[in-house]
Design a protein around this ligand. Structure first.
Ligand SMILES: Cc1ncc(COP(=O)(O)O)c(C=O)c1O
Length: 382
């Protein structure tokens, strides 16, 4: 007899990650290096060479446990990055070490810690959808009552504020993603402030994983309110998705609560060294943001010229596309692109939307051209 799983997990579907190069290569008979990977919002420039070098040096010491939580040097690098943000909308934040927690399984670790720290079975949480699916997985694993708000499909996926305010009563955590994954839309500062002020006994998790590419940086709110946690990651603009480093800025009391349950050695030595070097490689961050903005404009312009697809304005390193005009659903469309060696993200497993949307990460301009060639081929043969 298999062991009975907990009641809370019975209905839970595991997180569906973007397809890997290896998996697609195996399945469709490509060389992994030939594949264009635009499904996981990674950095198309590859990692900062300074980060690679720092990780390599630290490999010499992997027989020793890492520093608990994170080394001082990485805390310093995060604080410097916050004080002098090297991206267009960056607003300086004078945080101290007490305001920062660094996660060793990326921002995902902090989402998990925050939820476990503040949600008891039956507690309400608010999640406007479609959004990053990890919030709902963590909340349900804690037995939360999930109240879904919405990013409105009839208004280019702008946040429907009322849907959030109506659900706020008694909420322990509100998960607001801006720019939102997968829609690329942002939430206005006024709305964020109103949610923080109305939330009586709960935390607002403001997910800024894509802030480097956006027109507004709301990180300072983390120091203005004692119930706002701004979540950031080294996986996107900093090019370290495989190193698994995320961090947050928030009130020291929240940091202390999260530290009660944080796996103490989850951040490995090479990852911490890579992250500190990447955060200090400001030229690399600037080059990344420049490329993302160029690629995003190029993809948006080109997609607007084509019949059958509809692209939404985005402030992140991806664009969100309605493919219903092709007569295909998103899974069939994604499959057709995979057959042509291009990985994009089928969004049919995101809650709150019809299965007709895909998400396409910005790439190098060569990746973008390969994507458009495959797209044209799919549109012609459809
Ligand atoms: C909105 C959002 N938040 C958090 C994460 C998790 O980031 P990390 O790789 O740091 O765990 C992602 C990853 O795709 C994301 O899209």
């Amino acid at each position: 007899m298999p062991v009975r799983v907990s009641e809370r997990l019975r209905e839970l579907e595991p997180y569906v990650p973007g397809r890997s190069r290896e998996e697609v290569a195996r399945r469709y008979g490509f060389d992994p290096d030939e594949i264009v990977k635009l499904g996981s919002n990674e950095n198309p420039l590859g990692p900062s060479p300074k980060a690679v070098e720092a990780a390599r040096r630290e490999l010499e010491r992997i027989h020793e446990y890492p520093e608990p939580v994170a080394p001082d040097d990485l805390f310093d690098a995060v604080l410097e990055y916050l004080r002098d943000p090297p991206y267009p909308a960056g607003k300086p934040v004078e945080a101290t070490r007490e305001n920062v927690l660094i996660g060793g399984d990326g921002a995902d670790e902090i989402i998990d810690l925050l939820t476990r720290a503040y949600v008891d079975p039956g507690d309400p949480v608010v999640i406007p959808v479609p959004t990053f699916t990890q919030y709902e997985i963590c909340a349900k694993a804690c037995g939360a009552e999930v109240r879904r708000g919405r990013f409105d499909p009839d208004r280019d996926f702008e946040l429907d504020e009322d849907s959030v305010f109506e659900a706020l009563d008694g909420a322990r955590v509100v998960y607001l993603c801006t720019p939102n994954n997968p829609t690329g839309t942002t939430v206005e500062e006024r709305v964020v402030r109103d949610v923080a002020e109305e939330l009586r006994d709960g935390v607002l998790l403001l997910d800024h994983a894509y802030v480097e590419f956006a027109s507004e940086d709301l990180t300072p709110l983390a120091l203005e309110y004692d119930n706002v946690l701004v979540l950031r990651t080294c996986s996107k603009a900093l090019g370290l998705a495989g190193a698994r480093v995320g961090y947050c800025v928030t009130d020291p009391s929240i940091v202390r609560d999260l530290l009660r349950i944080k796996p103490v050695f989850s951040l490995t030595r090479p990852s911490a060294a890579a992250a500190a070097a990447a955060l200090r490689d400001v030229d690399y961050v600037r080059e990344t943001v420049e490329l993302v903005v160029k690629s995003r404009e190029f993809l948006e312009d080109e997609l607007r010229k084509r019949e059958g697809v509809r692209v939404f304005p985005s402030e992140a390193n991806y664009v969100f596309v309605d493919v219903s005009g092709t007569g295909m659903d998103s899974s069939t469309f994604t499959e057709e692109m995979l057959k042509r060696g291009v990985i994009i993200r089928d969004c049919s497993n995101f809650a709150g939307i019809d299965p007709v949307y895909v998400r396409v990460s910005t790439g190098t301009l060569e990746d973008d051209r390969r994507f458009l060639e495959a797209l044209d081929d799919v549109l012609e043969s459809g």
